[in-house]
Design a protein around this ligand. Structure first.
Ligand code: ATP
Length: 202
């Protein structure tokens, strides 16, 4: 899958709607200090399902919404949309019918985030798995933020293994296994309760 377009509205310093066309090959973003280069990369991370406000350099997730400036009032809504070329048909089954995917995350102040894929509302989990299966996503090793190299050098072995698994594209499988284990445990406890009910009836 190829990223083809990124659209931002009310996200951090991008108060006016902005669009970035991502051509095949290498894309460079240049500009003076504080012009929003890191905010663009954070927008990518955010639309892929980032859950940590700290990793978005904020105290809470609402901090990604334009906070106002000396000339403009703050906003109550931010939206980031990422277009993906799924011509290779490598998206998870629920999205694989579509040759192009439009993944949108929107946040409203005090109301949290919602996600849509091609106009249909989906869970955060669906979007996170969509990207985890492509060895990308909010925690992808392809996104190297400031201080990350030092963090990896000092990481514990289990944490480093997690990074290698992300890079190998099996993060989504681990996550699905964890979900399956939780469901299995819930089913087992339901069965135990059923046994109790049956024994009281006998
Ligand atoms: P550098 O080259 O110094 O790393 P940069 O181009 O990466 O800079 P960013 O860190 O992306 O710049 O952008 C910082 C700017 O974004 C600051 O001016 C900051 O005030 C602004 N900013 C961050 N969050 C918000 C927000 N919620 N609302 C308004 N502006 C914001």
């Amino acid at each position: 899958m190829q990223f083809t377009r990124l659209r931002l509205r009310g996200f951090k310093s991008f108060v006016d709607p902005a669009e970035l066309v991502i051509e095949p090959g290498m894309t460079g973003i240049v500009g003076p200090n504080g012009c929003g280069k890191s905010n663009l990369v954070e927008a990518l991370r955010w639309v892929m399902g980032e859950t940590s406000a700290k990793r978005m350099r904020g105290g809470e997730m609402d901090d990604v919404i334009f906070a106002g400036s000396s000339r403009r009032p703050s906003h109550n809504l931010a939206e980031v949309a990422l277009n993906l070329d799924n011509g290779s048909r490598t998206a998870p089954a629920q999205f694989n019918e579509m040759a192009e995917l439009d993944v949108v995350r929107r946040i409203e102040r005090d109301k949290g985030s919602t996600y849509r894929v091609n106009g249909r509302e989906v869970r955060a989990r669906d979007v996170q798995l969509l990207f985890a299966d492509q060895a990308t996503g909010a925690n992808s090793t392809a996104l190297v933020s400031q201080g990350r190299i030092g963090h990896i050098i000092n990481a514990k072995p289990a944490e480093r293994r997690h990074l290698l698994e992300e890079a190998a594209g099996i993060g989504g499988l681990h996550s699905r296994r964890h979900e399956a284990e939780l469901r299995l445990r819930a089913a087992e406890s339901n069965l135990e309760r059923l046994d109790d009910v049956i024994s009281t009836l006998e």
